[in-house]
Ligand binder design. Structure first.
Ligand code: ADP
Ligand code: S3P
Ligand code: MG
Length: 215
C-alpha cells in the first residue's frame, strides 16, 4: 500500500468545498438572500417530509421554482383523484381509506421519470411501504419544527382534519412523538426550521442540497 502518497487535487478540492460550505453557512446565518440557484442538477426526486404545518408545501414550491423543476403537492394530487377536499374525504371515508389513496398516489408520483420536488402529506411516513418507496426513489428532507411553533402557525387552519380538535397543540405533540422517529428514519437530511422564516428554511434546504446532495 502506498501510504505516503497523497492526492493533492483531492485535498485542495476538499479544502475549497469546506471553505465554500463555511462561507455559505455564514451568509445564511447573517440572513443574506441568495436568489440565484447554483448549478444544481437533480438526479432524483426531492421529497419533503414533516409534521402538518412544518412548511412542506411552501418550501417545496420555493425549491421547485429555484431549480426550475415541477412541483407536486401530494395532497393536491390526492384531491384531484378523490374529487373532494381531504377534509370531506376523512369525514366520509375515514383515515384508513385516505391512507390507501395516499399510498397509491405517492407511488405513482415517485415512479415518474421527470425529476421533481414533492411535498408529501404529514402522515405519509406512517406506512412502511411509503417509507421504502421514498427512500428508494427520492432524496428525502425532513423539515423539523416544534409542535408549539406549528400550533401558532396553524391557529386559524380549518383544513387539516387531524388538527380540528379542542387542543391542537396536544395533538401535534402526540403526532410528533409517533412520527419524529419515522421522519428521521427515512430522511437523508434534517433541516431544523423553528425560529426561521419560510424563506430562511427554504434557503437552508437549498444550501444543503446544492452543496452536497446526491443519491
Ligand atoms: N418557516 C416558517 N415560518 C413561518 N411560517 C411558515 C413557515 N413555513 C410555513 N409557514 C406557514 O405555515 C403554514 C403551513 O405551511 P405549509 O407549507 O402548508 O405546511 P405543510 O405543507 O407542511 O403542512 C402556511 O401558512 C405557511 O405560510
Ligand atoms: O398529518 C397528516 O396525517 C395529514 C397531513 C395533511 O398534509 P400536510 O402535512 O401538508 O398538512 C394531509 O395529508 C392530511 O390532512 C393528513
Ligand atoms: Mg402541505
Amino acid at each position: 500500500m502506498e501510504k505516503d502518497c497523497i492526492d493533492i487535487d483531492a485535498v485542495l478540492f476538499y479544502c475549497s468545498m469546506t471553505r465554500l460550505r463555511q462561507s455559505y453557512a455564514l451568509m445564511m446565518n447573517a440572513g443574506c438572500r441568495l436568489d440565484g440557484a447554483m448549478n444544481f442538477v437533480m438526479d432524483s426526486h426531492i421529497a419533503l417530509v414533516g409534521l402538518p404545518g412544518s412548511g412542506k408545501s411552501t418550501i417545496g414550491r420555493y425549491l421547485a421554482r429555484r431549480w426550475s423543476v415541477p412541483f407536486v403537492d401530494v395532497d393536491v394530487a390526492i384531491e384531484e383523484q378523490i374529487q373532494c377536499s381531504i377534509r370531506e374525504f376523512f369525514a366520509k371515508e375515514g383515515e384508513d381509506r385516505f391512507r390507501e389513496v395516499e399510498q397509491d398516489v405517492l407511488a405513482q408520483l415517485l415512479k415518474k421519470p421527470e425529476k421533481m420536488v414533492i411535498a408529501t402529506g404529514g402522515g405519509a411516513v406512517l406506512k412502511p411501504e411509503n417509507r421504502a418507496q421514498l427512500a428508494r426513489h427520492s432524496l428525502v428532507v425532513y423539515l423539523s419544527a416544534s409542535p408549539h411553533e406549528i400550533a401558532r402557525r396553524l391557529q386559524k387552519d380549518t383544513q387539516r382534519p387531524l388538527l380540528q380538535v379542542g387542543n391542537p397543540l396536544q395533538r401535534l405533540q402526540e403526532l410528533h412523538g409517533i412520527r419524529d422517529p419515522l421522519y428521521k428514519e427515512v430522511a437523508d437530511f434534517v433541516v431544523a426550521g423553528s425560529g426561521l422564516s419560510a424563506t430562511q428554511v427554504a434557503q437552508r434546504v437549498a444550501m444543503q442540497l446544492e452543496l452536497g446532495a446526491s443519491r
